[in-house]
Design a protein around this ligand. Structure first.
Ligand code: 3LM
Length: 397
């Protein structure tokens, strides 16, 4: 359905991609639960391996259920192509291993999801890749960090867990003016394509933890990378096939397609609830500071207003101490103490000891993540009931 390209996110998420399934005319794409595909003849198998004939070979290289999902995600991100992975980390590591090599240099923001930080700080560097951690919201730092061997600039916006905002268009312009071959990679997990389109802003690659809003139901681990058809072919044939093998399962692909049908309904409700909770948290005397890009005093507010359709469903706030944060989490009854985000359930966690535990105390300070920071992934419950839960919990601590 070629003209879906010009339609809304809601329609793309439901109708995007061409189903090659003609068998029994099922409405939803069947789950092709198979590892391998049968060749009619040995010659046909040879032609498929040689790329002379279209058709599936083996599910690490492609699978009809997963292909349809990849087409949908590419449409949502406005990308030429997409590759699915078995986790967000699978997508991120496959992307970085496809771009980088020993002797190359990566510039990364210092505020990242903890395991992405660990991959860059401890993983890539073991294999001769140099990594500079900077604050990419300071454009002078971006300019000064660029080197002749820089191959990638990596950032999240809004960043996990502080909701720091990076100016994606400006960072991409600076990097590409210096060297057009530098790949600007943006993790769009917190925003989703409903709120932000990094490729339209000038990024080269978008990565996702689809475990979060894209699936939306807390029952799948998955990831995506999106970009040009040429680079995604390299990602599939090298990053995914050889370097990581982090292939998505067809059952997970089916569940994500099911979740995607309501993405355009869910995200605005997450945002609406987040705004109501932020309003309450700002007035709560036991909260020292609220981190939300929708607040006018947030340092990235103007850039977020420019590059995002709305400010998202993630909120962070600071309480007096780590102990006060733990007491709050333990006192909440409706909000659930768990990592992850983008689910129907409101999830609360303590970054310094959980999602960002790969950071040392010094690295946390450098990344602007205080000990008393609490991260809230606002869910789809009734906002007033969530606020009532916070009120009773704060009263107890
Ligand atoms: C979390 N984050 O609670 P998977 N990029 C971003 C992420 O937030 C994440 C990934 C990539 C969380 C997971 S912590 C053990 C739980 C911005 C994951 C990695 O590999 O699908 O988990 O995605 O912040």
């Amino acid at each position: 359905m070629e003209d879906v390209k010009n339609m809304s996110i809601a329609t793309k998420a439901i109708h995007g991609g061409v189903s090659k399934e003609k068998g029994y005319g099922s409405l939803s794409m069947p789950i092709y639960q198979t590892s391998t595909f049968v060749f009619e003849t040995a010659e046909q198998g040879g032609r498929r391996f040689a790329g002379e004939e279209e058709g599936y070979i083996y599910s690490r290289l492609g699978n009809p259920t997963i292909s349809l999902l990849e087409e949908k995600i590419a449409l949502l991100e406005g990308a030429e192509a997409c590759v699915a992975f078995s986790s967000g980390m699978g997508a991120i590591s496959s992307t970085l291993w496809t771009i980088a090599a020993a002797g190359k240099h990566i510039i990364a923001d210092s505020t990242l999801y903890g395991c992405t930080f660990a991959l860059l700080n401890h993983g890539m560097t073991r294999y001769g890749v140099e990594v500079s951690f900077i604050d990419t919201s300071d454009l002078d730092q971006v300019k000064n960090a660029l080197k002749d061997n820089t191959c990638a600039v990596y950032l999240e916006s809004p960043a996990n867990p502080t909701l720091k905002i990076e100016d994606i268009a400006e960072v991409a312009k600076i990097a590409h003016d210096f060297n057009k071959d530098i790949k600007v990679v943006v993790d769009n997990t917190f925003a989703t394509p409903v709120l932000q389109k990094p490729l339209e802003l000038g990024a080269d690659v978008v990565v996702h933890s689809a475990t979060k809003y894209l699936n939306g139901h807390g029952d799948v681990i998955a990831g995506f990378a999106c970009g040009t058809a040429e680079f995604m072919a390299e990602m599939r044939l090298f990053g995914l096939k050889d370097m990581t093998g982090a292939v998505l399962g067809p059952q997970e692909a089916f569940l994500i397609m099911r979740g995607l049908k309501t993405l355009a309904l869910r995200v605005p409700k997450h945002v609406e609830n987040a705004k109501k909770i932020v309003e309450y948290l700002v007035s709560e005397p036991k909260v020292k500071k609220v981190y939300y890009p929708g607040l006018e005093d947030h340092p990235g507010h103007d850039i977020a207003a420019k590059q995002m359709a709305d400010f998202g469903g993630m909120v962070a706030f600071e309480v007096e101490s780590r102990e006060a944060g733990a007491a709050l989490c333990n006192a909440l009854e409706l909000c659930t103490c768990a990592v992850s985000l983008g689910d129907a359930e409101t999830l609360i966690e303590h970054p310094a000891s959980m999602t960002h535990s790969p950071y040392t105390a010094e690295e946390l300070a450098e990344a602007g993540i205080p000990e008393g920071l609490i991260r809230l992934a606002v869910g789809l419950e009734e906002a007033d009931e969530l606020i009532a839960d916070f009120k009773q919990a704060f009263a107890k601590i």
